[in-house]
Design a protein around this ligand. Structure first.
Ligand code: FAD
Length: 472
């Protein structure tokens, strides 16, 4: 399976010089825009929409900005996340989490994530703890005057099309106020790391042990002296397995990406093993692996990812979530039939999120003001169909539609071309590759040992052009 060059094969429409010229001649249009969510995506969307001259309201159901980066020890009432009536906590962060990207790569392009010197509250490390990211996002919101336009503790419960191509937005606040308003456009930035995706394993319904999804993992203590099977191989799975191995009796990592005969000790650990995916589970608490090995486990911890969920969105079937494909979407942002008044920021994964959110936001803002233009609905649909056909021909499962991996920088640069913004910095691309390689080579130590200091110097040099904004 390869996702390589998925973007370049799909016809790309880059704004022609004459189109760019004629659009510059048109007076920009100001829209009333509702942004759903005040995480990193909603914050940068709000900033760039306002920079473009739009009137923006950000709806945030939590009591602060930051989304995922607002750590809480609280967890959902159902640890595996299957009960539709459970109380839901938004963030999936665990207490020990440090970023898996270096701050130079991770930050917004024109608001670099630099160390704050002289402030003891701050974490100056290159791969800081989660609290530092939250503080950076709060600085961003403050510096760009976003706080004044966020309605906190206000959940969007309905978004639907009304006459004239506008959108009805219904909200409920914790103070008991219900609002029903109409906006010209809606930008959906509600995040996609809250609704657990669960592995289907034969026998799981009658298995007697505890089941938890990593959305509800916070600290290793509850796993002390337990035999744990952890399913998955994502960045979270790597971190959490190490966290737990410090206290658990045994940790068995089960992963679909390992061959069937796998059963091996993890180098450097006495109590951690690697397996291929569990074959079946029995009522007596045992798990059977494809090589015939049997593990009697107390807990199964599923680090099996998340699903997209837009419970508030009513498009009469124009936009659907099918096997975790949100579609049809032109370039992961616009449903062709509803563009540009409905858009999504932040759907792609296996990416550097913040700069990508920034470019998607600039594109949306410029399109809403008519400064830049989209292809026709039919051309966009053709592009989407070609993209889906390519995924299918490359053997990429539908649920990987928004997995960008290899072509994220090509995508970013395509967006940049649409907006008239500079392409991704060369150091950022190289640093991303260097860190990915280092992470594979030193999964335990990549956050503290590296060999790309020359790229850090280049990044810092580049950041100097933004310090005036940040010192404001
Ligand atoms: P979120 O941060 O999830 O924000 C969505 C916001 O929308 C929330 O505040 C939520 O309350 C609000 N909301 C949702 N529904 C509604 C509604 N109906 N009405 C009103 N408000 C609503 N990225 C990195 O760059 N580096 C990392 O090291 C990294 N590590 C990660 C580790 C973990 C465990 C996870 C889960 C993610 C990690 N990420 C990392 C990815 C991270 O999710 C993104 O960086 C980014 O924070 C996502 O921002 P977002 O705005 O799209 O979503």
């Amino acid at each position: 399976m390869t996702t390589h060059c998925l973007l370049s094969i799909v016809p790309i429409r880059v704004l022609s010089k004459s189109a760019a010229h004629s659009s510059i001649m048109q007076p920009p249009t100001t829209r009333n825009v509702a942004v759903i969510g005040a995480g990193a995506a909603g914050l940068v969307a709000a900033r760039d929409l306002r920079r473009e001259g739009h009137k923006v309201v950000v709806f945030e159901r939590g009591d602060q900005v930051g989304g995922t980066w607002v750590y809480t020890p609280k967890v959902d009432s159902d640890p595996i996340g299957l009960d539709p009536d459970r109380t839901v906590v938004h963030s999936s962060l665990y207490q020990s989490l440090r970023t898996n990207l270096p701050r130079e790569v991770m930050g917004f392009r024109d608001y670099p994530f630099v160390e704050k010197e002289g402030d003891e509250e701050r974490d100056p490390r290159r791969f800081p703890g989660h609290r530092e990211v939250l503080m950076y996002l709060k600085d961003f919101a403050k510096d760009f005057g976003i706080y004044g336009i966020v309605r906190f503790e206000t959940e969007v419960v309905f978004v639907g099309l009304v006459e004239g191509g506008k959108w009805e937005v219904k909200t409920k606040s914790k103070r008991g106020e219900d609002f029903d308003e109409v906006y010209d456009a809606v930008v959906v930035c509600n995040g996609h790391y809250t609704e657990p995706r669960i592995a289907q394993i034969p026998g799981i319904d009658t298995w007697k042990g505890k089941q938890i999804h990593c959305h509800n993992y916070r600290t290793p203590e509850p796993y002390r002296d337990q035999v744990v099977i952890l399913i998955g191989s994502s960045a979270s799975a790597v971190d959490i397995s190490r966290d737990i191995a410090g206290v658990a009796k045994e940790v068995h990592i089960a992963s679909r990406s390992l061959p069937d005969e796998t059963f091996e000790k993890m180098p450097g650990y006495d109590n951690m093993w690697l397996h291929s995916m569990i074959k079946s589970l029995n009522e007596d608490g045992s798990a059977i692996f494809p090589d015939g090995s049997v593990v009697h486990a107390d807990i199964i911890l599923q680090c099996t990812g998340y699903i997209y969920d837009f419970p508030f969105l009513e498009t009469n079937g124009t936009v659907t979530v099918d096997d975790n494909r949100v579609g049809p979407l032109y370039k992961h942002v616009f449903p062709p039939a509803l563009a540009p008044s409905l858009s999504f920021v932040g759907l792609p994964w296996k990416v550097v999120p913040f700069p990508l959110f920034e470019l998607q936001s600039k594109w949306i803002a410029g399109l809403l003001s008519t400064r830049i233009t989209l292809p026709s609905e039919e051309e966009m649909m053709e592009d989407v169909r070609a993209f889906y056909s390519l995924l299918e021909a490359s053997g990429v499962p539908k649920r990987y539609t928004h997995n960008m991996g290899d072509y994220q920088f090509e995508y970013d640069d395509w967006l940049a071309a649409q907006c008239g913004s500079p392409v991704s910095e060369e150091w950022r691309k190289q640093m991303y590759l260097a860190v990915s390689k280092n992470r594979r080579a030193r999964p335990e130590r990549y956050r503290d040992e590296w060999e790309d200091d020359h790229l850090v110097l280049q990044a810092r040099e580049d950041f100097k052009k933004y310090t005036s904004v940040m010192d404001k």
